[in-house]
Design a protein around this ligand. Structure first.
Ligand code: A2H
Length: 253
């Protein structure tokens, strides 16, 4: 971990329909009319137009934490502590867990993805999600994140093995950012570096660094309200917009 704190954007992905096991886990523990959100932490808010699913670690433990009178966040306990400490919950410093829920139990849950061209996306498994970073929830943008691209590719290829419906992992990948080499930088880099699976850790790290640098410093928005603007310029604007709309908040660690 670096010395400087990471400034994440925490996005609120509202649960529209729980997967059966998740529904069982929360039954009777939160009121029917409460809003529950999966809350991924991202460093690339300007890419949120391209969300196609949301990842959880299948073996990770999550809690459903009360954020305000009518809102609950699905995050790791570690993230809940940080959020309570940062005054993100209505009652500062207080942590109220309404239910426990296992990552694998949420697979298939239908959620709303703010700003995305795909309004409704599914919760899918990602084995490389770290419990020690962010909220333990990762929103997937396969156009611009090599990790996300190779994971959705693998999920579609081995849908039966993962116990998912193939179509959940095959949502169309739209170009979001134009760079000198591509408008679908993550798929382009995965192909170029011959990345075949999420297990190709070394090449993925290289792709991730290349994508991040090229996307941030040389990218131009291809879609959205800041179309034509440099990513560097658009990034804080998209973030502000999401926060103003109540779809996101600042989270740091
Ligand atoms: B980023 P840093 Cl388009 N485990 O968001 C694994 N990865 C995690 C995580 C966790 N617990 N929590 C967050 N992340 C991911 C978008 C994105 C991201 C794009 C391109 C690159 C990228 C869409 N996924 O990250 O170690 C999240 O994915 C590459 C750096 O704190 C988050 O931003 O620097 C990023 O890693 C945070 O990683």
């Amino acid at each position: 971990e670096g010395v400087l704190p990471q400034e994440y954007t925490a996005l609120k992905l509202k649960v529209l329909e729980w997967a059966p096991k998740a529904a069982e886990a929360v039954k009777g523990k939160i009121s029917e009319d409460a809003n529950v959100y999966l809350v991924p932490a991202t460093l690339r808010p300007e890419t949120m137009y391209g969300q196609t699913c949301c990842f959880v670690g299948p073996s990770l433990k999550y809690g459903v934490y009360k954020a305000s009178e009518n809102e609950y966040f699905v995050i790791t306990e570690r993230a809940a502590r940080n959020m309570a400490y940062q005054g993100i919950f209505a009652e500062e410093g207080k942590i109220e867990k309404a239910a426990d829920i296992l990552g694998s139990d949420m697979i298939g849950t239908v959620i709303n993805a703010p700003l995305s061209f795909h309004k409704q996306v599914r919760v899918l498994p990602m084995d490389t999600v770290l419990a020690t970073k962010g909220t333990g929830v990762v929103t997937s943008v396969p156009s611009d994140s090599p990790d996300d691209f190779i994971t959705v590719t693998d999920l579609a290829k081995k849908a039966d093995y993962y116990g998912i419906t193939k179509e959940w992992a095959e949502l169309e990948i739209f170009p979001i950012i134009q760079t000198p080499t591509s408008d679908l930088l993550a798929p382009h880099l995965c192909k170029k570096l011959k990345i075949a699976s999420p297990k190709d850790t070394k090449q993925l790290l290289e792709a991730k660094e290349l994508a991040y640098k090229e996307g941030f410093y040389q990218g131009v928005m291809k879609v959205g309200d800041f179309k034509g603007e440099k990513v560097e310029v658009a990034k804080p604007k998209v973030r502000e917009q999401l926060i103003k709309a109540g779809d996101a908040f600042a989270y740091s660690e």
